[in-house]
Structure formats: C-alpha cells, structure tokens
Design a protein around this ligand. Structure first.
Ligand SMILES: [Zn+2]
Length: 306
C-alpha cells in the first residue's frame, strides 16, 4: 500500500509537472501566435480608413463642376447686355414728317411744264436739306422713324426717264434716298423709265406703286380698283424684289371704299393735298408738299417750316 501510494503520488507529481511544463511552454506561443492574427485586423483598419477618407475628399471636386456651370450662366449675360445697349439708341418724337413730291427733273420741258423742276433747283434743294441735317428715308423706314433725326421723304410720281438721267445723279451726289411711284404700264414708253435701269438705282431708290394704268380710281368699279392695286403690287415686287408697302393714288383721287381696298395690299397711301404727313392721322391719306417749277429756294425753305 505504501508503495502504491508512493507510485500514485509520483504519477500525480509527474502529471502536474507535465501540465505546468505544457502551460509554461504554451504561454510564449500564445502571444506570438495571437499577435500576427490580431495585428492584421488593426492594420487593414488604418489602411481602410485612410482610403474612404480620400473618397469623401473627391466629393468636393464635384463642387468645382457647379462653379463651372456658373461660368456658362455668366457668358450668356454679356451677350444679353449688348442687345439692350443697342435699343437705348436715341429716339426722336415726330408729330409730322414732310413728304416732298416731284414728277420731272429736267431743263427740257414737254407736256405740262408745271410737272418740271430744273436740275439746278433740285440740286439747290437737296443741298439745303443736307445742310439742315435732314435724313431722306423711304416708306419702309417709317416703321422705325422715331430713331431717325429730321426724317424727310422725297417722292416722284409716274416714273419719268429723267428721274434716272437727271434726278438720280443729284440724289447720288448728296446720298439721299427717294421713292419713285411707278405706273407699271408706263414703263419702257418714250420719256418713261426703262425696266432694265431699275436695278441700277435700287440701292438709293425705293420703287412703290402708282397702279397699273394710272386711272382715276374713283371712276372704276371696285373689282377694277382691286385689280389695279393688286396687279401693280405683284408685278413691281417681281420686277424689283422690293416689298410694295405704299401706293400713290393717281391724280390724288380716292374715296373710303378705295381706302378699304388699299388696306388689303398696302401700309401707306399718299395723296396730292398740301401739307405734312401727320403721324396721328391716317396712313392712307398722307399729304405731301409739291415742289413746282417756280418754287425758289426761299419758298422751299418756308414750305418746310412746321
Ligand atoms: Zn401720277
């Protein structure tokens, strides 16, 4: 029994020694083995946290793009400003506008002498207008007349050939625009304008309608009047490429029915009554200032006084 106890104690002591020895030997292994496994987890954490951090910082880079979109909004603004700058151009208030009224410019008289003005007088008249600062406009420019200082219209009726040979060189000399009211069927006749010459004067001369056959419109039926107005408009527009906006009533004859028909095709119509065109009045009964042969420069000046 004593021996078996001694053996048992010996076995227990041995087992204890083995246990302690094992546990002592495992301790150094535990930290070394645990450290590499724990360490990888903190190391990816710092590397993972810096990488998401730069990712939020790229978010401020989308902010420069909104500032880039602000730049395009800034560029339309300068382009919009030039247009308002153009509109505040100086404006003038005109209550009335003089429309001069001629037929022939020549020293060689034929037919009715009263229809003539000498080239010398015509030159003197235009020089005066130029000196006084008048701007010779056409009927197209009437819609914009408040931007023009001292506007005046120079008109010729019937379309005589001397408008080309005598009046046109003087108009060119002073750079003044004029309007010729053409009766279509008179073109190419002796003493009248040639169709072939119309284009040459185009840059300075506006062509407008004086009907087809130069009739007294009040003596025609309304369908006949309609034909005179519409056909002359159609043919002159085809011939000149210019829009017909104005009519001169032949012999200055018209009535309310004729005015109504004229409104179908034209924006303006002139008569032969003496006076200024009143902007507050009818655009289909525009008065004119006739310039006859005997009118000297002093009378001409007086006629232009308001
Ligand atoms: Zn006429």
């Amino acid at each position: 029994m004593k021996l078996s106890i001694k053996i048992l104690i010996g076995i227990i002591t041995l087992l204890l020694a083995i246990y302690i020895g094992n546990s002592l030997m495992q301790q150094p292994h535990a930290p070394t083995g645990a450290l590499p496994t724990v360490a990888p987890t903190p190391t990816p954490a710092p590397t993972a946290t810096p990488t998401p951090k730069p990712k939020p910082t790229p978010k401020p880079t989308p902010k420069p793009t909104p500032t880039a979109t602000a730049k395009p909004t800034a560029t339309p603004a300068p382009t919009a400003t030039p247009t308002p700058l153009a509109t505040p151009a100086k404006t003038y208030t005109h209550n009335q506008i003089p429309i001069l009224y001629y037929h022939c410019v020549s020293d060689t008289f034929f037919g009715i002498k009263e229809l003539f003005v000498t080239p010398k007088n015509f030159d003197e008249q235009l020089r005066y207008l130029k000196e006084q600062g008048y701007t010779a406009i056409d009927f197209h420019q009437l819609s914009n007349v408040q931007t023009i200082e001292k506007p005046i219209l120079i008109t010729f009726d019937d379309g005589y050939e001397n408008n080309y040979t005598e009046a046109y060189p003087i108009l060119k000399k002073y750079g003044m625009r004029a309007t010729i009211f053409i009766a279509v069927n008179l073109l190419d006749r002796d003493g009248y304008l040639k169709r072939a010459k119309l284009n040459e004067m185009k840059y300075l001369i506006s062509y407008q309608s004086h009907t087809m056959t130069h009739p007294e419109l009040t003596k025609l039926s309304l369908p006949e009047v309609d034909k005179e107005l519409s056909e002359s408009k159609r043919q002159l527009e085809a011939m000149t490429g210019e829009k017909m906006v104005a009519l001169a009533y032949p012999f200055g004859k018209y009535n309310q029915d004729i005015i109504q028909l004229t409104k179908k095709y034209y924006q303006y119509a002139v008569n032969i009554r003496a006076g200024f065109y009143q902007l507050s009045g009818s655009a289909y009964e525009m008065k004119r200032i006739y310039v006859p042969l005997e009118m000297d420069i002093e009378k001409f000046k007086q006629k232009l006084l308001p």
